[in-house]
Design a protein around this ligand. Sequence first.
Ligand code: GTP
Ligand code: MG
Length: 452
Amino acid sequence: HETETRSLRTPIVAVLGHVDHGKTSLLDKIRGSTVIEGEAGAITQHIGATAVPLDVVSKVAGKLVNPDDFDLPGLLFIDTPGHHSFTTLRSRGGALADIAILVVDVNDGFQPQTVEAINILKQSQTPFIVAANKIDTTPGWNPEMDAPVQQTYEAQSDRARSTLDSSLYELIGELSDAGFSADLYWRVQNFQNNIGVVPVSAETGEGVPDVLTVLMGLAQRYMREDMEIDVAGPGAGTVLEVKEEKGFGTTLDVVLYDGTVRADETIVVGGMNEPIVTDVRALLKPRPLAEIRTEDRFEKVDSIAAAAGVKIAAPNLDEAMAGAPVRVVRDREIEDVIEEVQAELAEVEVSTQEEGIVVKADTLGSLEAIVSTLEEEEIPVMRAEVGDVAPRDIRFATTAEEPKHRTILAFNVDVLADAADEAEQRDIRLFDSDVIYQLIEEYEEYVDEMER
Ligand code: GTP
Ligand code: MG
């Protein structure tokens, strides 16, 4: 039996927000400014993630961060495209992300995906900060590249400052309406009770030092104990995406949050019908930019330790699900690991009843978020599954007793053509949307209309 090697892993930071509010730009800026700091190579690009080590955080943050105050190794950022629900980011017992940055365009304020993100952060009890982005677009703004935000704020004209102030207060008001007491981050004493708002520009880098400082501080203060893992132990992670890759077939983009995975190991992955047991054929990392002379976008590695993003190539992955657990078997019984994966999947699937509506969603996480919102609204669910809407779902929906339950809510999935026809013939109502609360609102309006 192997001895444990306890160590502190990198906290996982999800970057969330409405389409075009600047999530990717903010990450690019963090990457860019850290490269400028002469630390090229210190930032490592992972599959679906970017690792920023502590010394780089402290360089960018300048006097805001003293590395001696920290023992966590840095931050691992996960970008979530706006069209993709970040509800995929789940893990054993809750959210995959340890902390989140909610990016909000300061001119645009709350938008549908902002509300969605807030709801899920609330449900999963994930601590977060708000990056009030695009402050450089304030009329009359005089940028000071990469400066800490209070410094640049003080240097603005009264006019620019008061314009920005009113947008920021509006945003703080919207957060308060959503049930979160929030304030500008330098006024927040206790980040467990209050949300810190960091004014920032992904374009000029203003406020980026503050974003890194606040995240690092939050992680160190409130997350440190949860970061202690057995790094050499069997790996555990979550599937972010199931993707075809030239030369590798179906692959999994995985965020590993515990232990290690090696290139020859047996893994168990949550599948559409049953857990998939398969052998890793290759562990892939993106090639460093400097090396992209060759055709291959990926580099093979022998092993990878948490926290990290990695692409896993293996046979039989076609039925793997985004949001599903991945486990390395190592010296354990395969049956036990299968059971573990099943138990985790069951957490999501149990809450169905004899009578109710049908829900189909793109990932386990989104399914979980929808079902739990439906529960809050006291709307019963008869079937909740990951996958496209198929004719058998329509037939199943016809078995509901109450007319208002003969309904399918589809989130971010396709409705197969013959399913659409069948729905029409059998008088099954289909609702589809890529925003959870809108999907549920539409359904509730339909029921109200029906009962009027
Ligand atoms: P999705 O991935 O599509 O959800 O969008 P995103 O949130 O990643 O937004 P992205 O970073 O792609 O930015 C959208 C647009 O806003 C781009 O044209 C950026 O150049 C611009 N943008 C982002 N941040 C800033 C900022 O701080 N200031 C200004 N002026 N423009 C910005
Ligand atoms: Mg993006």
